[in-house]
Design a protein. Structure first.
Length: 242
């Protein structure tokens, strides 16, 4: 069995094990739509206030990247059990290479996430269109691709932390990352008086959509390729039994 066939087998196995947990993504999507549709519509009309500007960016940057993690099995006992590390240790006792494990995890992330992104952005567009007729479908598709690429880039960082560290360390690092993101978004909102997400959409409307879309796709592909290599290198040195 070659590496990618083995990775697909692992990803499929984990996705099947998730069963009803796949429904969690619809709760996340519902929450985002409830917040984002009225906020972004107001921002497009120039009626948003400062809170809505930074809130749009914060929700987008922090919640979109977790779509691919929504059915993950092993976080119920982060502090006491570290079940994901134990799962990795078990896989290493089998004839499964680290490369297969990493690529299987990334495949699961992308497959699980992409389904969520399609559902979210279709409903998001329909909701925005009902409140703001000026939303063009081609512009919105480009916008959705850009945001999806940003989410994939950030999610690769989370996968690196998830596989490379214990569950306790992963929890602490992601919590600190959340506060750092919040600080940077508040700072950007204060300096620019605008939303970065809204600004990216405005650039697309102004005719720069193809540039943003292509650059975003290239950066996302680079993040996946580089992330896989970095995670593999990290796992080669990691002790799963201490």
């Amino acid at each position: 069995m070659n590496v990618w066939r083995g990775a697909w087998f692992l990803a499929k196995h984990e996705l099947v094990r998730a069963r009803w947990k796949h429904l969690i993504i619809f709760i996340i999507i519902g929450y985002m739509l409830m917040m984002m549709i009225p906020w972004f519509s107001s921002a497009l009309k120039g009626e948003a206030d400062g809170i809505e500007y930074w809130a749009i960016d914060f929700i987008t940057v922090t919640i979109l990247p977790v779509f691919g993690f929504s059915a993950t099995q092993y976080y119920t006992r982060t502090w006491s059990g570290d079940l994901y590390t134990r799962r990795l240790a078990y896989w290493r006792t089998l004839p499964i290479s680290i490369t297969t494990i990493v690529r299987g995890r990334v495949l699961m992330l992308l497959l699980n996430g992409m389904l969520g992104y399609v559902v979210f952005f279709v409903l998001y567009y329909l909701g925005l269109k009902s409140l703001n007729n000026s939303v063009d479908v081609l512009h919105f598709i480009m916008h959705a691709v850009v945001l999806t690429c940003v989410a994939v880039i950030i999610s690769m960082f989370y996968v690196y932390m998830e596989l490379g560290f214990s569950s306790k360390a992963y929890f602490v690092i992601t919590l600190v990352t959340m506060f750092l993101i919040l600080f940077l978004i508040l700072l950007a909102s204060f300096v620019t008086g605008n939303s970065l997400v809204l600004k990216s959409y405005e650039l697309i409307v102004e005719g720069k959509g193809w540039y943003l879309t292509i650059i975003s796709l290239l950066l996302a592909a680079l993040a996946v390729f580089t992330g896989i290599r970095l995670i593999e290198s990290k796992l080669e040195k990691r002790n799963f039994y201490s």
